[in-house]
Design a protein around this ligand. Structure first.
Ligand SMILES: Nc1ncnc2c1ncn2[C@@H]1O[C@H](COP(=O)(O)OP(=O)(O)O)[C@@H](O)[C@H]1O
Ligand SMILES: [Mg+2]
Length: 316
């Protein structure tokens, strides 16, 4: 049986004035997955999201929500999406709760129980009866997410949700998005900030000039397979390199400063390598396992000097 993805984009293109803003973009998002759209400003993230939520039309291609073509089954498909693309409209002089009540009135089938449920989901019980005008940016966003979740969509889409959030707000956002995903909701977030995506997402689609550069499994980033081990060694490093080269010819070794850097596939080889260095008369006074970061992989996949270098690593 073929699996139905929560969302599937098939060769989607948006052309404006002869220019492909989004260019032949294909990817799919699975149930309960947090999926990132990562790319520098102007890459086409917002345009992609606007097409998914039906705010603008696509020039070519197909978008399916739970198997429903959004052009053929527009309303049914949209019922399954909750999104914050622009700033959601809120009544400042009402409490968060009253805002949700207002919104629920125009949506069929939203019960009081559902309101309480979404308030809990975004961890807002403590502030929901305060007026929105007293809310911080992070609280406003949470209320927006609560609102977007009221009709129990299977896909939540947030465009640049970490913009303007402080570290605590960022941490909270990650927590409740993960809780949502664990309950089976699929989540799409966009960002130009690598480090945040690495912490938040299961998979990331890297986009540049409207094109998909690559889809990366974020969990792979922390895999041991791409790790390097740094041995801080007192003594003749070149001799150490030679010894290891003879004894373990399959493991690449380079000398960096006072360190021997080894590329290893199996972390359990560390003890063995350490022993060999000591037996060769070298003193090891530090061992460090370093995994490749998303940033390093990113530079590898795009090459130096590309526009993707404009992607911010830390958010500044
Ligand atoms: N309506 C439009 N008309 C012309 N150009 C547009 C329009 N909307 C977006 N663009 C251009 O398309 C590119 C992608 O924009 P956008 O999707 O907002 O990127 P991102 O969200 O990744 O920063 C940008 O160069 C932007 O200027
Ligand atoms: Mg944008």
């Amino acid at each position: 049986m073929e699996t139905v993805h929560t969302l599937e984009l098939k060769q989607v293109t948006k052309r404006i004035k002869g220019k492909n803003i989004v260019d032949n973009l294909s990817f799919s998002v699975q149930k309960g997955e947090i999926f990132g759209l990562l790319g520098p400003n102007g890459a086409g993230k917002t345009t992609t999201i606007r097409m998914i939520v039906g705010l603008i039309s696509m020039t070519e291609g197909e978008i399916l929500v739970n198997g429903l073509d959004i052009r053929k089954n527009y309303e049914k498909a949209m019922e399954q999406i909750g999104a914050i693309v622009e700033n959601p409209q809120m009544y400042d002089y009402l409490t968060g709760y009253k805002n949700l009540m207002q919104y629920a009135r125009i949506m069929p089938g939203v019960t009081k129980e559902r309101i309480d449920e979404v308030v809990k989901l975004v961890e807002m019980e403590y502030a929901i009866h305060k007026k929105v005008k007293a809310y911080s940016l992070g609280m406003r966003q949470r209320l927006g997410v609560a609102q977007a979740l009221l009709h129990n969509p299977s896909l939540l889409i947030l465009d640049e949700p970490t913009n303007g959030l402080d570290p605590q707000g960022m941490h909270d956002l990650r927590n409740y998005l993960r809780a949502l995903a664990d309950q089976g909701t699929s989540v799409i977030v966009s960002s130009h900030i690598l480090a945040e995506m690495e912490l938040m997402c299961d998979r990331v689609a890297v986009i540049q000039h409207g094109k998909l550069v690559r889809i990366d499994n974020v969990t792979n980033v922390t895999d041991q397979a791409d790790a390097t081990v740094h041995f801080k060694v007192d003594g003749d490093l070149l001799k150490a390199k030679e010894v290891l080269g003879e004894q373990l010819p399959d493991i690449p070794v380079v000398v960096e400063g006072n360190e021997l850097v080894l590329q290893i596939q199996q972390p359990d080889a560390i003890g063995d390598i350490n022993k060999r260095l000591v037996m060769a008369g070298l003193m090891v006074y530090g061992i460090q396992l370093k995994k490749k970061t998303l940033e390093e992989r990113f530079l590898e996949m795009t090459g130096k000097g590309g526009d993707l270098n404009e992607v911010s690593v830390t958010g500044h």
